[in-house]
Design a protein around this ligand. Sequence first.
Ligand SMILES: [Zn+2]
Ligand SMILES: [Zn+2]
Length: 115
Amino acid sequence: MANQQDPPLLINETEKDYIIPEDNDPLELEYKEIIEQERIEQLNNLPFAPVPEILPLTPLISQNVCAICRSSRSTHALIPCGHRALCEECKGLLEQQRCPICAQPFFSILRIWDA
Ligand SMILES: [Zn+2]
Ligand SMILES: [Zn+2]
């Protein structure tokens, strides 16, 4: 009798295997792995990274250039955060009384004069 019960049990197990969602589908996993490997290979085959990030320049720019128009020299600082973030034209354009650099609310604008 035991031998007759075993086959149905095996069938149930294989049925469960088919029901398992895609996540555990070995073919799917293998496919993802292949794509991953291809991506890594592509990265390894890339020529040397052409240009570094321009991050080091950003703080310098924000010190000297208006954070709104990015073209005029920033001449007006916000109080209390102290960011010299605005130019003459843009200081009147801010509808929200918040610093465009740090988003801190400000209550006054101070003209900064270079010596
Ligand atoms: Zn401006
Ligand atoms: Zn600020």
